[in-house]
Design a protein around this ligand. Structure first.
Ligand code: NDP
Length: 496
């Protein structure tokens, strides 16, 4: 007997068994308990969802945007009502500590409030025409049906960044959530349903990425793919969906660094490092996995940092006294441990952690000790590759310029942070750090939803989630000219 009902697909406003008749297990990473099962769908289920979405979109695009926004406002209210319950579910299925899970649900609430406001904006441009008695403007039009593919580490926040702007702009959505977090996805779909979103405007198809996700990439009924996940999967998606001329928005991996200059407030820097490196067990795309420190304060920084890391309490995220929850599954644990061995072999100094935790009840879950390496060189694999776990690499540099070079010397470009009191260096860093997000005297995490979110280089392909920028992914610009002169007027010819 499972604790939760099976997670069924949500297609055309109805909860449907998968046509495959197959289900997958939803496992709590804190203790190995099977919480329930989710529909392991096939391409036929996706077809049904796309058909429902296309039908629904034909009517939804004609609903005035302020009316569409009313649904989003109710989504925000319902999420507020269910905040604690959804946060608990989220912690149970992916492991982050309950305080962070509540923060994540809040992010979805904020996004719903913000995008509801967009229903009364969706601004276009009105410009003068170069010809008399002629009117010129551009308006945002929905693209059609949006395919959303999301990861498990922010199962409701990322889904909210993508689905809410898509829906307020008049699109319909087909969403494939990560297989590790079906309950959170189901709860979000229930909220949309209860908020009065017309049937078919949001559809959820659970399933394996290489089956349902893959089928989305070539489905002729899907116009846009919005993806967040690993760079490897993103690259595959870009090539497959690109070949079918779909618009593709990708948010992928990171290797984010916190730079600490010699004049920094070291205590503040350590607070930020601990929060950024070990929050969500280091499984945030914005997690700090590198610290770049000016050599003259390296020892002082480590002296403050190590006891703080060693004091972190690791355990089940539902326990409010726990600071660091489990990692997502056995493969993640094995990958983290493999990277730690690589670091040791490369000659980095393991200062603390570096092992799986199996004491007492921890043996039933997937726990890794918060880990710090010092003496890391920028060319080491542990300093270059995304580990996606509670592992931090400390690197000493001799100047501000070298710090910027080391920060930028990785293939990713999501988030960077710098601690200094020197205003000139702050502005140089703002200009020269090559990431999509820069923090000054704050860690690498903590994005706010009304600003663009995303990265450069191998982190993204130029689009942004969140903020008004998110609308660019889900709308087409339609440019409209109205000539009320009653005669043929030729631009660039009759007026020159
Ligand atoms: P994955 O890339 O493995 O999975 C992401 C999603 O893609 C899942 O829903 C997965 O399905 C699906 N998928 C897998 N294969 C395919 C395929 N062939 N076609 C279509 N979809 C597919 O990433 P993780 O879930 O492991 O998430 C962790 C990664 O996400 C990290 O690299 C992290 O940095 C990145 N990330 C980036 C963020 C950003 O904004 N830049 C934010 C959060 C995470 P399935 O259910 O089978 O796994």
């Amino acid at each position: 007997m499972h604790r939760f009902e099976p997670c069924l697909n949500f297609i055309g406003g109805r909860w449907c068994e998968p046509k495959t008749g197959q289900y997958g297990d939803n496992v709590n990473p804190a203790n190995g308990e099977v919480l329930g099962v989710w529909a392991r769908s096939g391409a036929d289920d996706l077809d049904d969802a796309v058909r429902a979405a296309r039908e629904a979109q034909a009517a939804w695009r004609l609903v005035p945007a302020p009316e569409r926004a009313k649904v989003l406002r109710r989504v925000a209210d319902l999420l507020r009502d269910r905040k604690d319950e959804i946060a608990r579910t989220l912690t149970m299925e992916m492991g982050k500590v309950i305080e962070e899970a509540r923060g994540e649900v809040q992010e979805a609430i904020d996004m719903a409030d913000y995008m509801a406001g967009e229903g009364r904006r969706l601004f276009g441009q009105t410009t003068p025409s170069e010809l008399p008695d002629k009117f010129a403007m551009s308006v945002r039009a929905p693209v059609g049906v949006v395919g959303i593919i999301t990861p498990w580490n922010f199962p409701i926040a990322i889904a909210s960044w993508k689905s809410l702007p898509a829906i307020v702009a008049g699109n319909a959505v087909v969403w494939k959530p990560a297989e590790e977090t079906p309950l959170t996805a189901r709860a979000f779909a229930e909220v949309y349903q209860e908020a009065g979103l017309p049937a078919g405007v949001l559809n959820v198809v659970f399933g394996d990425g290489p089956v349902v996700g893959e089928a989305m990439l070539s489905h002729p009924g899907i116009d846009v793919i919005s993806f967040t996940g690993s760079t490897e999967t993103g690259r595959h998606i870009a090539s497959r969906a690109g070949a079918n001329l779909k618009r593709v928005s990708l948010e992928m991996g990171g290797k984010n660094a916190i730079t600490v200059l010699a004049d920094a407030d070291l205590d503040l820097a350590v607070d930020a490092i601990v929060w950024s490196a070990y929050g969500t067990s280091g499984q945030r795309c914005t997690a700090a996995s590198r610290v770049i420190v000016e050599r003259e304060v390296e020892e002082a920084l480590l002296a403050r940092l190590l006891p703080r890391v060693q004091a972190l309490r690791v355990g089940d995220g539902l326990d409010p006294a726990v600071h660091v929850g489990p990692v997502i599954h056995e493969e993640a644990l094995a990958k983290i441990d493999r990277y730690v061995r690589i670091g040791v072999d490369e000659g980095a100094r393991l200062m603390t952690g570096g092992r799986r935790l199996t004491e007492g009840t921890l043996a039933q879950g997937y726990y890794y000790a918060p880990t710090v390496f010092a003496g890391v060189r920028p060319d080491m694999r542990i300093a270059q590759e995304e580990i996606f776990g509670p592992v931090l690499c400390v690197m000493a540099v001799d100047s501000f310029e070298e710090a910027i070079r080391v920060n930028n010397g990785v293939k990713y470009g999501l988030s960077a942070s710098i601690f200094t009191r020197d205003v000139n260096r702050v502005f140089r860093a703002m200009r020269d750090l090559d990431t999509g997000i820069v923090y000054v005297n704050a860690g690498t995490t903590g994005a706010e939803i009304h600003l663009p979110f995303g990265g450069t280089k191998a982190t993204g392909n130029g689009h942004r989630d969140s903020g008004q920028a998110a609308l660019d992914v889900f709308t087409e610009w339609k440019t409209v000219y109205v000539d009320y002169s009653g005669r043929l007027q030729r631009a660039q010819i009759d007026n020159n």
